[in-house]
Design a protein around this ligand. Structure first.
Ligand code: ATP
Length: 351
């Protein structure tokens, strides 16, 4: 049989794919494949070609390879240095350790960034919420060091180091400087944990001194939660240890309409993983009900990171206009649309 000669347009398309950036794709568990699928469609519709290196992790990888974090996954992440990831299942109180935590530690993705902004059209008690949550990702009570000291007595070790505290504080101030933000608030419980949270604050203050144009505040975590739900506009960039960051970022998501809207990213010196703030949402998984916006916006953050700022902006604006018009909304936002219908609406809004 005669070999088929590629047409000019096919050759051009092949060249485009070859020149495209490579990124790892982890569809994840629960609603992950649905919302990551939505993000892929929107990225493609924004005109960006990416060579995805598809990998399994979490429960999906456990089923397939009997290992929730296969070597191929880690190698892919090290090779590409950038990933779009769905949520991974972590069973409560049993089984393997959190693969989310494992990936962040293994790749030293020390900074978790969660931009949390109001969307007009999404009705919440506050308008114009605009918070940047910066969470330390590698230590604190997530050290995984837990032991039974005696029957019925368990110790969990909270680890805080000067090195990790300084670098997350620097990340928060650098973010604030580059993005023209006015203040950074370190959130702590140093009145009780005088040594650990005390060290975190000491490091934050030292870094703050190097950024005189950015206001530096401190607030105890319980008081900060109260103020966040009464006067969120009094905060700008929030700087938190790992556990407070986990809790406070979900609280902040609630302020703008829920977990289905907030994107996130984990940054290290050598790479970044982009993922929505929400988890696997097992109650709605596989039902075409999940809100895809958080995953789409995480995809936009990834495009920004790899140098496709214009496409990222188009994706963000399209998602915002769908939310603003309020005609096609998923159930978590009071609408009736499916994941696929909302994704299609975002794509239509881009054209
Ligand atoms: P995990 O153990 O993976 O963290 P979870 O159910 O404890 O799962 P989330 O997955 O964050 O935590 O879900 C909390 C709630 O928010 C659930 O009721 C879920 O349905 C809802 N939720 C989370 N993500 C979305 C989404 N993208 N769209 C709609 N609802 C969502």
């Amino acid at each position: 049989m005669e070999p088929t000669v590629p047409t000019k347009s096919k050759r051009a398309a092949a060249r485009k794919v070859q020149a495209a950036p490579i990124a790892t794709l982890i569809p994840g568990d629960g609603v992950g494949p649905e919302v990551i699928g939505a993000a892929l469609e929107v990225i493609a519709a924004a005109g960006v070609t990416i060579r995805w290196d598809r990998q399994s992790a979490g429960a999906a990888a456990l089923r397939r390879y009997n290992n929730p974090a296969p070597d191929e996954l880690i190698e892919s992440l090290k090779r590409t240095g950038v990933a779009l990831k769905g949520p991974l299942e972590t069973r409560i109180g049993e089984g393997y350790r959190s693969i989310n935590v494992y990936l962040r530690k293994t790749l030293d993705l020390y900074a978790n960034l969660r931009p949390t902004q109001s969307f007009s059209g999404v009705h919440t008690p506050f308008r114009n919420v605009d918070l940047i949550v910066v969470r330390e990702n590698t230590e604190d009570l997530y050290s995984g060091i837990e032991h039974e000291v005696a029957r019925g007595v368990v110790e969990s070790v909270k680890v805080i180091t000067a090195k990790a505290s300084r670098r997350i504080a620097r990340f928060a101030f650098e973010y604030a400087r580059r993005n023209h933000r006015k203040s950074v608030t370190a959130i702590h419980k140093a009145n009780i944990m005088k040594l650990s949270d005390g060290l975190f604050l000491k490091c934050a203050r030292a870094v703050a001194n190097e950024y005189p144009s950015i206001r530096y505040n401190e607030q105890i975590v319980d008081a900060a939660c109260m103020r966040l739900v009464t006067d969120p506009s009094s905060f700008d960039v929030l700087l938190l240890e790992n556990l407070y960051g986990d809790i406070v970022s979900d609280l902040c998501a609630g302020l703008v309409g829920g977990l289905g809207l907030v994107p996130g990213a984990n940054f290290g010196e050598k790479g970044a993983i982009f993922e929505a703030v929400h988890g696997t949402a097992p109650d709605i998984a596989g039902k075409n009900l999940a809100n895809p916006v958080a995953a789409i916006l995480s995809g936009a953050m990834m495009l920004e990171y790899i140098g496709h700022g214009r496409a990222a902006k188009r994706m963000r604006e399209a998602a915002a206009s769908v939310l603003q018009s309020g005609k096609v909304l998923t159930r978590d936002l009071g609408g009736k649309a499916s994941t696929q219908e909302m994704t299609a609406a975002v794509i239509r809004a881009m054209h």
